[in-house]
Design a protein around this ligand. Structure first.
Ligand SMILES: [Zn+2]
Length: 125
């Protein structure tokens, strides 16, 4: 389930409960519902801090282990498996690849993960 601005609060909560997910929200009307974490800050970095404080998440261990599109766990695949599924310049410059078994998206380490890890370092300070 991904965010859909056309889905109302009750339907959002039903969907999240069915998928055993927790709703992160700034919507004060939902703040007392079970399975909801109300984020007090309007700033994304502070919201991330709130989430890390609320849950026992090791961001360095958990980062980059799930698909950013569908949240399924990523599985490392061989370079050969990725060969015809990534741009040739990526294939020639990268050695490690992962795939989301749910949507099939291929991931590799590039500048994007470095920015994510830099952001995590900023949040922890
Ligand atoms: Zn996916």
């Amino acid at each position: 389930m991904s965010f859909d601005p056309n889905v109302g609060g009750a339907e959002l909560l039903r969907g999240a409960r069915a998928e055993h997910r927790i709703v992160l929200t700034r919507d004060k009307r939902l703040r007392t519902a079970p399975d909801v974490v109300y984020l007090g800050s309007e700033r994304v970095r502070d919201q991330l801090r709130e989430v890390l404080r609320r849950f026992a998440i090791d961001p360095h261990r958990a980062a980059l282990t799930r698909c950013s599109r569908c949240n399924a766990p990523l599985r490392e695949i061989s370079r050969e498996t990725a060969a015809n599924r990534v741009p040739s310049f990526v294939y020639s410059s990268q050695t490690r690849f992962s795939r989301c078994d749910s949507c099939g998206r291929i991931y590799w380490r590039a500048t994007h993960p470095e920015r994510i890890m830099a952001e995590l370092a900023r949040i922890e300070t």
